[in-house]
Design a protein around this ligand. Structure first.
Ligand code: COD
Ligand code: ZN
Ligand code: ZN
Length: 376
């Protein structure tokens, strides 16, 4: 705890304003305060949502900001009152808090802690101050965890200790992408053995949905993407067929209804787009099909669809970080990974030094990467 009193200077990627690329800066990271933890990030993935932050399409973000929310690291120091972790512990920062006290945390059937960014802005620590400064200016936090900084401070409700043997360059994916997709299939949809699933969008999150459907015993998993380069990996992970909507004159929901006879049992929207969301709902089996919304639609978008789709018994539900109560579940997921129960490693297509973060975003924009992991 010796260093808890010191300000640390380190590298971080700062988004100074909307529409500008990240710039690597030297930032000062203040010590953790009451119920806060300072973590040395070892590895961090680049997620589609970080790109939404740069584009200004993620709600409630204030600039300048340090994005990043798919990291893994080691506790450097803790503030007063912290009992859940200690310096030296391997941890995963949580992009969805589990405060343990709010009405959602006290319910068993939701993970939407009321301290999530959907309810409470997470650009500053809970005491409404920042631990980051750069060139004399206050820099905002992102989702309270800002993993694009070599050292970062977070509330103790957004960090969890994991197995000390876990490889941080792999398990960082449990902080967002893998957990979000895998849990959407297992927790939110509760895919049943022998069922037919359709997954719209085969990025890192969609491929994790494919893994979840396979683990749940689905017998048919149809992957849908406009980039056919994604099909090989999807098939490797369990997709039984892959479709490119651009290959058909008909809307993709009609193609799916024809292929399956009466529609799919489960459809997942993992693009973040209204058209694919309505197509996913319309491709569900009448009376029982379940459409799970995983992607975040554009800011301010309004959904419009034929309400008869719901009247005739289809269900549409949202899945937030795979439905996992993160503090309870992430250590268990890491343990299952250590036992070889699943291999999210396959999602990692690129490993780059942190200084190449711009290249990582270029790969994402070009559709050439599934997940890039940056190493500090
Ligand atoms: N039809 C089919 N596929 C499409 C279409 C389309 N019209 N348009 C794009 N796609 C494909 C792309 O080719 C790509 O393969 C895939 O959709 C999207 O993948 P990525 O790699 O860009 O993104 P992911 O997988 O990392 O993330 C996608 C999400 C939609 C899940 C993400 O952007 C998002 O909205 N996340 C929010 C969900 C959440 O809970 N977030 C918490 C913190 S991230
Ligand atoms: Zn994410
Ligand atoms: Zn809570």
């Amino acid at each position: 705890m010796r260093s808890a009193i010191l300000v640390i200077k380190c590298r971080a990627a700062v988004a100074w304003e909307v529409g500008k690329p990240l710039s690597i800066e030297e930032v000062e990271v203040a010590p953790p305060r009451y119920h806060e933890v300072r973590v040395k990030i070892i590895a961090t993935g680049i997620c589609g949502t970080d790109d939404h932050v740069l584009a200004g399409s993620f709600p409630k973000v204030e600039y300048p900001v340090i994005p990043g929310h798919e990291g893994a690291g080691i506790v450097e120091s803790v503030g007063p009152g912290v009992t859940c972790v200690k310096p030296g512990d391997k941890v995963i920062p949580l992009c969805l808090p589990q405060c343990g006290e709010c009405s959602s945390c006290l319910k068993s059937n939701t993970n939407c802690c009321l301290k999530t960014h959907i309810c409470e802005p997470q650009n500053l620590m809970p005491d409404k101050t920042s631990r980051f400064t750069c060139k004399g200016k206050q820099v905002h936090h992102f989702l309270w965890i800002s993993t694009f900084s070599e050292y970062t401070v977070m509330p103790d409700s957004t960090v969890v200790k994991i197995d000390s043997a876990a490889p941080l360059d792999k398990v960082c994916l449990f902080g967002c992408g893998f957990s979000t997709g895998y849990g959407a299939a297992l927790n939110t949809a509760q895919v049943t053995p022998g069922s037919t699933c359709a997954v719209f969008g085969l990025g890192g999150v969609g491929l994790s949905v494919v893994m979840g459907c396979k683990a749940a015993g689905a017998s048919r998993i149809i992957g849908i993407d406009i980039n056919r380069d994604k099909f090989e990996k999807a098939k490797e992970l369990g997709a039984t067929e892959c479709l490119n909507p651009q290959d058909y004159k008909k809307p993709i929901q009609e193609v799916l209804l024809e292929m399956t006879g009466h529609g799919v049992d489960y459809a997942f929207e993992v693009v973040g787009c209204l058209e694919t969301l309505t197509a996913a709902l319309a491709s569900c089996h009448m009376g029982c099909g379940i459409c799970v919304m995983v992607g975040v639609p554009p800011l301010g978008a309004q959904l419009s669809f034929d309400p008869m789709l719901l009247f005739t018994g289809r269900t549409m539900k949202g899945s937030f970080i795979g439905g996992w109560k993160m503090k309870d579940s992430i250590p268990q997921l890491v343990s299952s990974y250590m036992e070889g129960k699943f291999k999210p490693d396959i999602l990692i297509t690129h490993i780059l030094p942190f200084s190449d973060i711009g290249k990582g975003f270029d790969l994402l924009h070009a559709g050439k990467s599934i997940r890039t992991v940056l190493m500090f």
